[in-house]
Design a protein. Structure first.
Lengths: 483, 465
């Protein structure tokens, strides 16, 4: 596995000055928190992002944004009152504090507290803006370099789109007791996609990568070129793709990003809110066998520099490793503070929000299956007739019925253990609570994805990671067009 | 926001343009958006969350002239901020000009000049059809509607076993746009919505479904009991869903999923995608891509349209555009840039948010209804599949290849016989559009799209059973 080592030094950085004083934050907390509150917090956010995009050979879309705001939240039992504002003057902040209190009827306020520095857990990434090490001109040159490189790889490349973006999110969380946590979260991303044409037929391919590190790393070295080759290879491959079959058959998933299977089939169904409410197909199943022996699935938000990692979640709970399935047995849920409290469990560091203007929900971080012992070659050659799927686009799940989908972007028809031909993108559909009971071989080649995942829930997007070793599933339904 | 507030927004955009020009902009345009919104969620008859949001932001796009390296032309950049102080605006203007100087000039760049200002008659008409923010709804009525809606769903049948809750939300948005050649206008818009989702059955047999409505103001919403009943009925009807054998068959999309087909059409006729050779319809202008009974238009001025626009993200006038006329593709969606390169009049489809670049999008998409009721369509089809929910993103915009997860009902001998799930439907959008056999009379309005049921021949269904 890559990037498991922690960065060498942890330099403490002070929060971006949003002009809100500690005394104002304390005043807000006092105004918003009734005596009977179970929890309350303030979430002060300052974000900066920059993006450069190339199309038709020109870097002509350059943009940036700076946004700051504050979210005030009060929780009592199952109810939450929340107010969000980007007006940071005193009167507007106090209005927000009072609006957050709307769910509680008790007139008495909790005793005032002073804002003080809380316990800072691990340091998993460099604090600060990831774009400072890469000039705009350097980023522009990178995109131009990739454009000509892609075109040089094959004359059938007709269009190249390349985008490099970076963001920096500075967070201050002040908890009900006044403890303040600070994090500065970098995030960078590079995407390449190409359109190829042959005999009037067009296809597309794309690749991307990134994580929580300085942008200079995407510019220096070979990674950007590797992603470009990958995008071109996928597009050309799809020119020759045949229609995928329709119906149930065995599937071998390649390592890395195909871990999106776990995200959709297992991860969402184990989020605490759905289980507390009994709306998940996994509700009440802790201790039951939901996967073949040998299958262990974890969610780990504490891996250095990964896209899905955080020093602490958006409620200030340190991230860590949560074992969801151990040797086939369902062992854990992903929790934020509210759902953990209501279920009598511990928070797991999975309380996340897209921004200050969104509520906290239990969400995944980096979700992956631990490696087994089979060699990837043996797994592929075990396939008598089936699909070998190496790359995917997005996926989705119906939490309640447990049915989930994910769509291939690179897959092959396999007969007698040999690849016959690439097949067009097809959606694979299965049943979350039972799909992992059909796992019959687990590879020794665990990989994490290259840092491209974004998860949507209740209209909120957060960056996540997935990972998988090569895996054989004895039956999934392939949604091809060849009946 | 009061008229005073609206004037404040216009003053901010005007000030920003001025600062951009001081920094050396050839031309510039700016957009200010101010939102307020409230949401109430209830579950099992109790309030689960109350949310209130208040936000404002301003975005600037500035063009500069470049004459370096033998390249000559206009380059631009854009940026946004939530810091509306004079210092914040000054920083923004400086930042944008700095980035525009790095950006590459484009010989086809179209500066934001010459947009036609909405006249007073248009402004008056807009105000007649669009309530001000304080009339969108109110928190007490929204809370009561959510409670009634969920109660109606839970009380519909004993088989409703659980609830994901009901949510009501409402808000108002104000948009001010200004450009360096003197265009300055603003308008306001509201929306209100109510939704509920409930669960029937237990353990392995659990099913969930939902119902919702979204309108300009709370008073126009369907009755809360009506929405609650629909959600409960849909959920119960799904109980006992099973698989079905794979095969090629006709598929009926009910209106709430048929909207997605209009969405795929809108992406494919997006002028930007056409220029980038990323659309399977890029070469299909003036061709018959649907049967001749299909008519689809984009209408930015619909009495109930949540997608209404007085002007687009570049100040261009918006008017009704026939996209599909008797089956023929008659237009692409364009902003000023795409219109210039495709050599058509700008269609007023520039879609602009505070962050990122200008995009292209529809306002309200309207498909003309057919004559068959849904029971008539089922009889006409005979044997096939009725799709009620789709999941996944298996659509390739370059080739039109289509493969999505589905659930719905098996149609046998002209009637619905049983619910089915864990299936996929696949084809190619070109064949699917041409393969439309019937359009229903059940035209249904979904906020910014009006769509009837659509029956398509020859799709591939994959399932187990």
């Amino acid at each position: 596995m890559q990037n498991m080592n922690k960065p060498e030094a942890n330099t403490t950085v002070s929060p971006v000055d949003t002009g809100i004083s500690d005394s104002t934050l304390a005043e807000m907390l006092h105004a918003m928190t009734p005596a009977g509150a179970d929890d309350a917090d303030l979430y002060v956010q300052h974000s900066e992002s920059e993006s450069l995009a190339l199309e038709e050979g020109r870097v002509k879309h350059v943009s940036s944004s700076t946004h700051q705001g504050i979210g005030a939240r009060v929780i009592k039992g199952e109810a939450a009152g929340q107010a969000y504002t980007d007006r940071l003057e005193h009167a507007a902040l106090m209005d927000a504090a009072r609006a957050a209190r709307a769910i509680a009827s008790d007139a008495q306020s909790r005793a005032p507290v002073a804002v003080h520095t809380g316990h800072q857990p691990h340091a998993l990434y460099q604090q600060g803006n990831p774009s400072t090490g890469a000039s705009m001109a350097g980023r522009k040159a990178l995109l131009e370099r990739l454009d000509s490189y892609a075109r040089s790889l094959d004359p059938r490349v007709k269009q190249v789109f390349a985008n490099v973006s970076s963001s920096f999110t500075d967070i201050r969380i002040v908890r009900m007791d006044g403890a303040e946590m600070h994090d500065a979260r970098p995030l960078v991303r590079l995407n390449i996609s190409v359109v190829v044409e042959q005999n009037g037929k067009r296809e597309t391919g794309s690749a991307g990568g990134g994580g929580r590190f300085g942008l200079e790393r995407m510019i220096e070295g070979e990674e950007a070129e590797r992603l470009t080759r990958e995008a071109v290879r996928l597009a050309l491959l799809n020119l020759d793709a045949i229609a995928a079959p329709a119906g149930p058959m065995p599937v071998v998933l390649g390592p890395g990003w195909p871990g999106i299977l776990l995200h959709e089939a297992i991860g969402h169904g184990l989020e605490g809110d759905f289980n507390r409410k009994g709306t998940s197909a996994f509700a009440g199943r802790i201790g039951q066998q939901v996967a073949s022996k040998g299958v262990t699935v974890v969610d780990d938000g504490s891996i250095a520099e990964r896209r899905g990692s955080l020093n602490f979640d958006d409620e200030g709970t340190p991230t860590g490793r949560t074992v969801l399935i151990e040797d086939g047995i369902l062992t854990g849920y992903l929790q934020d503070r509210q759902n953990a409290r209501l279920m009598g469990m511990q928070p797991t560091g999975n309380g996340r929000r897209e921004s200050y203007a969104h509520p906290v929900l239990p969400r995944m971080t980096n979700t992956f299956m631990l490696a087994g012992e089979a060699s990837p070659d043996d797994i592929l050659s075990s396939l008598d007739r089936g699909i070998y799927a190496v790359n995917f686009g997005g996926g989705q799940v119906d939490i309640t019925s447990g049915k989930f989908v994910f769509t291939t972007s690179e897959a092959y028809l396999v007969e007698s253990g040999k690849i016959v031909a690439p097949v067009k993108g097809a959606t694979l559909i299965g049943d979350g609570p039972s799909v992992l009971t059909r796992v019959s071989m687990i590879g020794n080649d665990l990989e994490l994805d290259p840092g491209v995942g974004t998860c949507g829930k209740d209209g909120q997007s957060v960056p996540v990671g997935v990972g998988l070793p090569t895996l054989r599933i004895d039956e999934l339904t392939i949604g091809g067009s060849e009946a | 926001m009061s008229a005073q507030g609206m004037n404040d927004l216009q003053a901010l955009t005007a000030r920003l343009i001025e600062l951009a020009q001081k920094n050396g902009a050839h031309s510039a345009d700016a957009l200010t958006v101010a939102d307020t919104s409230d949401a109430v969620r209830v579950r099992h008859g109790k309030i689960e969350s109350v949310e209130h949001e208040d936000s404002r932001g301003i975005g600037l796009r500035a063009f500069v002239e470049q004459k370096e390296n033998g390249k000559q032309g206009l380059a631009f950049a854009s940026a946004s901020t939530s810091d509306l102080s004079e210092a914040g605006l000054a920083r923004l203007a400086e930042q944008v000009i700095g980035m525009a100087r790095i950006s590459e000039p484009d010989p086809d760049a179209v500066p934001p000049l010459g947009a036609q200002h909405p006249d007073s008659a248009q402004m008056t008409e807009w105000k007649q059809h669009h309530a001000s923010a304080e009339h969108a709804w109110n928190i007490e009525a929204a809370r009561d509607a959510a409670l009634q809606c969920e109660a109606a769903a839970l009380g519909y049948s004993e088989r409703i076993s659980n609830s994901e809750g009901a949510e009501s939300a409402f808000g108002g948005m104000r948009v001010a746009y200004a450009s360096s050649d003197g265009f300055a206008a603003a308008y306001g818009k509201t929306s209100a919505s109510l939704s509920v989702s409930v669960i029937a059955g237990s353990d392995d047999g659990m099913q969930r479904d939902y119902a919702w409505d979204r309108q300009l103001i709370g008073q126009s919403l369907r009755g809360p009991e009506d929405i609650g009943r629909e959600a409960a009925e849909r959920t119960i009807n799904r109980l006992g869903a099973g698989g079905m054998p794979s095969g090629s068959m006709p598929v009926i999309y009910e209106p709430r999923v048929a909207t997605s087909l209009l969405g795929h059409l809108a992406s494919a006729v997006n002028g930007r995608a056409v220029l980038q050779q990323r659309s399977f319809l890029g070469d299909a202008l003036e061709e018959g891509i649907f049967p001749d009974f299909v008519n689809i238009a984009d209408d930015p001025d619909h009495p109930e349209g949540l997608g209404n626009r007085l002007f687009d993200g570049e100040g261009s006038r918006c008017s009704r555009l026939q996209l599909i006329d008797e089956g023929r593709l008659t237009a692409f969606l364009t902003d000023r840039y795409a219109a210039g390169r495709l050599k058509v009049t700008a269609g007023g489809h520039a879609r602009r948010g505070l962050t990122g670049d200008i995009g292209i999008g529809t306002s309200n998409l309207l498909m003309q209804a057919g004559t068959l009721s849904q029971p008539d369509m089922l009889r006409e089809i005979g044997n096939g599949l009725l799709v009620c929910e789709l999941i996944g993103f298996g659509v390739n915009g370059v080739t039109g290849d289509y493969s999505r997860g589905a659930s719905g009902y098996l149609i046998e001998n002209g009637e619905i016989t049983r619910p089915v799930h864990e299936i996929t439907i696949a084809g190619n959008l070109k064949d699917m559009f041409r393969g439309i056999r019937h359009i229903g009379s059940d035209l249904t309005w979904f906020g910014s799209a009006a769509v009837p049921s659509i029956a398509i021949d020859g799709m591939t269904v994959a399932g187990q059973g």
